[in-house]
Ligand binder design. Structure first.
Ligand code: HEM
Length: 363
């Protein structure tokens, strides 16, 4: 605290040009130093050692297999290679990973995670929700079976647990230690880590069930393009006709549940079960992809949660209780409503097993 104040006072009293000159001097000193520092930001002892060994090593040098050492995936082994990674003591990629993960990746991810909810709030205030034009009829239609709702909520809850615990792991040191102190944060981090490790595989099972349960209703149909061209009527407050799911819901299904689900599952399993001979280099790449996927999946889920609650009154009731008002069905899913009313599709039976709902309605 005192140090910070001292630094601030000192900085303020020194003219900007002298600071710039000092910085320039430091930077040029860095570039001229014996050990090439430029890749080591911040310059950790490990990195320095690697660079020094590389520089001082006699030909053919550590980077050549002829040296008798192994140079693999930017790993530097301090002992002759045996099997696996056990004898990796120094690895340059670790420093690069730490610098990127704690620097630009965390900054970009954090910015998106804060900006998107603000944009959604702005949208809600300026444009408002998709309300019904007609009063509710009072007649209910069955939309989601007990099985569909169970699968949805199991996936949603495990997703939220992973999102919160993952964000504690990513931002905790920077954001939570100043608020909670080291003791409380260490408990929170341990709990988050265990939750993340155990809920991860559960989430994969839920995502597979989700895929089987909802795949057929999410196949794209010709009228979906019209929905996309009209932006789903989100801005115009038009009710663009749609089938059982509209094109926006289908995009969330294929882009989020399927594509991002695959990215998160594959990279998550690589990080969770490190006993299959993955190198550190692969784990670092898995982590980059896991972080990118997590950020996209979480911000996309914010959009999904908004549309499923505040953005479309009646939608949450459907997933909570399984039913919707007929007026709601007609406004938001006209083609599905017509099919149910003309007997071409039954409304979803209350107790259907995975896959059986697919025959009951249009996409
Ligand atoms: C879609 C849901 C998921 C989200 C939002 C998510 C989010 C995150 C985040 C933000 C991190 C922190 C990465 C870092 O600090 O560098 C992380 C780490 C991790 N995740 Fe996930 N994750 C998800 C799914 C999974 C799954 C399905 C698994 C496993 C099957 C998994 C396993 C892991 C592991 C092992 C780590 C490393 C934790 C550590 O630092 O020790 N994650 N996840």
């Amino acid at each position: 605290m005192n140090m910070t104040r001292l630094k601030t006072t000192t900085l303020c009293s020194v003219p900007a040009w002298s600071l710039a000159a000092l910085l320039g001097l430091l930077m040029s000193a860095q570039s001229l130093a014996v050990v090439p520092h430029q890749d080591a930001v911040p310059a950790y002892a490990e990195e320095q050692t690697i660079l020094q060994i590389e520089k001082d090593a006699p030909e053919p040098g550590w980077t050549s297999p002829a040296s008798g050492k192994q140079h693999d995936d930017r790993h530097f082994l301090l002992f002759t290679a045996q099997d696996g990674e056990q004898n990796v003591i120094l690895q340059r990629g670790g420093n690069t990973w730490r610098t990127l993960r704690n620097g630009p990746i965390a900054t970009l991810s954090g910015t998106l995670l804060l900006a998107v909810p603000l944009l959604i709030l702005g949208f809600y205030r300026l444009v408002g929700p998709a309300r019904l034009d007609q009063p509710e009829s009072g007649r209910q239609m069955q939309r989601f079976s007990a099985w569909q709702r169970t699968v949805h909520w199991a996936t949603a809850i495990s997703f939220l647990v992973l999102a919160f615990s993952g964000l504690v792991l990513l931002f905790g040191k920077k954001v939570l230690i100043p608020l909670l102190g080291h003791g409380a944060f260490s408990w929170l981090a341990i709990i988050s880590k265990y939750l993340h490790n155990f809920v991860g595989p559960l989430f994969i099972v839920c995502s597979v069930l989700m895929f089987i349960t909802f795949m057929w209703q999410n196949l794209f149909r010709r009228w979906d393009w019209d929905w996309v061209k009209k932006g789903g009527g989100l801005l115009s407050h038009q009710h663009v006709p749609a089938g059982y799911f509209n094109a926006g819901e289908k995009l969330w299904f294929w882009g989020g549940v399927v594509l991002l689900g695959l990215v998160m599952s594959a990279t998550g399993l690589m990080l969770n079960f490190v006993n299959f001979g993955q190198t550190r280099y692969l784990l670092q790449w898995a982590d980059y992809l896991h972080l990118a996927g997590a950020t996209l999946y979480i911000v996309a889920s914010m959009g999904h949660i908004y549309i499923g609650t505040l953005g479309t009154p009646g939608a949450y009731h459907a997933m909570r209780h399984g039913t919707v008002d007929e007026t709601w069905a007609k406004a938001h899913h006209r083609y599905w409503y017509d099919e149910v009313k003309t007997g071409r599709a039954a409304s979803v039976p209350e107790q259907n097993a995975p896959g059986t709902a697919m025959n009951t309605s249009t996409g």
